[in-house]
Design a protein around this ligand. Structure first.
Ligand SMILES: [Zn+2]
Length: 380
């Protein structure tokens, strides 16, 4: 967001950074895109918008309720009440606003928001599962771009998140790799100061356990220990924070020595999304005690990233959980999927898009779970 108080006639200075991207087709097993000339991208322009808060709210509230309707059972009382009230909404709101003019449709959407308010404020029963929702942006430290671009990705991502936190004070964010924080501290010190404030407020969680998100197959035990030591020392020194979670969403394999090493560093939990990527068979557990070679155990949880915090997607994640008799919760790191997609499947950061927390704010009703802007600690 450029400003929350735009003044007509005032001059605003904008800075732009152009980047031609990085295209290496064929680096993903599912990638079928045609070859693109490296460095050759067409700049399509930018758009500057004046946001009308009431219109955005109406659209987000409506999308949440429509998403909810799609997943509820036909016999559900909630669904039937929703259908009835949404019929009222559609009766109130002009279907072709351009034909009636703003003086008509704007009060109409205000009326529609009032109709939707009690539907969104409805609370679920205490036996519904819990979805811990936290903003997250998975950034590959080293992949198919210059390392300097990684630091710029970090700066752009963190800056976006901090700005979103200004707009949505309830927002929380998980940032796992101190290596990224350290680079931002050196290159963008004012950003780092803002991060520090958000950590102090409990909204920015520097919880990942290791310095980068490292390979754990060929890495030696000593190296893994050093990853943990450096990371814990860093977050302690700069944030007074000790990680309790090893956050490795995108690492291909995990040493059986890890539980013992993690416990030695004060880490109790292990989160990954990678094992769920298997296209041949399904790992039989989603949350379980992972015992290492010496019998030491950590609580492992297959969380989700690149997710939308909308009822349909969360219901999908909940429905996939295999042992609902013992697992009553799951963790979702919601974040920008489209940027990831546009960069041909590379984990390129940029964070939770602005309408994600906005939609999160609208999520006050859902028969599957109690939504919460959570942190990983509480969710686990
Ligand atoms: Zn990755």
């Amino acid at each position: 967001m450029m400003t929350s108080n735009g003044i007509s006639g005032k001059t605003y200075k904008l800075s732009f950074e152009a980047y031609s991207g990085h295209t290496f087709p064929g680096t993903q097993p599912f990638e079928t895109c045609c070859p693109v000339t490296p460095g050759c991208r067409t700049f399509g322009g930018i758009e500057i918008l004046l946001e009308r808060e009431d219109v955005t709210r109406f659209v987000m509230d409506l999308k949440v309720l429509l998403s909810l309707v799609r997943i509820l059972d036909d016999n559900s009382l909630r669904k039937n009440v929703l259908m009835r009230e949404l019929a009222r909404v559609f009766a109130v709101v002009p279907m072709k606003p351009e034909e009636v003019g703003e003086k008509i449709w704007r009060p109409a959407i205000a009326e529609a928001v009032e109709i939707m308010k009690p539907l969104l404020n409805t609370h679920n029963s205490p036996t519904t599962p819990y979805a811990g929702l936290i903003g997250h942006s998975h950034i590959d430290t080293a992949w198919l771009w210059p390392l300097e671009e990684t630091w710029r990705k970090c700066a752009r991502t963190f800056s976006s998140i901090l700005n979103l936190m200004e707009q949505y004070p309830e927002m929380t964010f998980l940032q796992p790799a101190p290596c990224h924080t350290e680079q931002v501290k050196n290159l963008y010190p004012s950003l780092f100061d803002r991060i520090k404030t958000k950590v102090e407020e409990g909204k920015w969680e520097p919880n990942g356990g290791m310095w980068v998100e490292p390979d754990c197959n060929i890495t030696s035990g000593e190296s893994l220990v050093r990853q943990l030591m450096m990371a814990q020392k860093y977050t302690q020194e700069w944030f007074g924070y000790t990680s309790d979670t090893l956050w490795l969403p995108d690492v291909f394999g995990y040493s059986a020595a890890l539980p013992q090493i993690l416990r030695g560093a004060g880490v109790e939990f292990f989160c990954t999304t990678k094992i769920a990527w298997n296209d041949t068979n399904r790992f039989p557990y989603d949350t379980f005690w992972w015992k290492g070679i010496d019998g030491t155990a950590v609580l492992a949880h297959f969380n989700y990233i690149h997710c939308w915090p909308r009822p349909q997607d969360l219901a999908h994640q909940w429905n996939r959980i295999q042992h609902k008799d013992v697992q009553d919760r799951f963790l979702v790191g919601y974040g920008f999927w489209r940027r990831w997609r546009r960069s041909n499947g590379r984990d390129a950061g940029s964070g939770a898009a602005n309408w994600r927390p906005r939609r999160l704010r609208a999520h006050r009703a859902y028969d599957c779970e109690q939504f919460s802007s959570s942190n990983a600690r509480r969710a686990l």
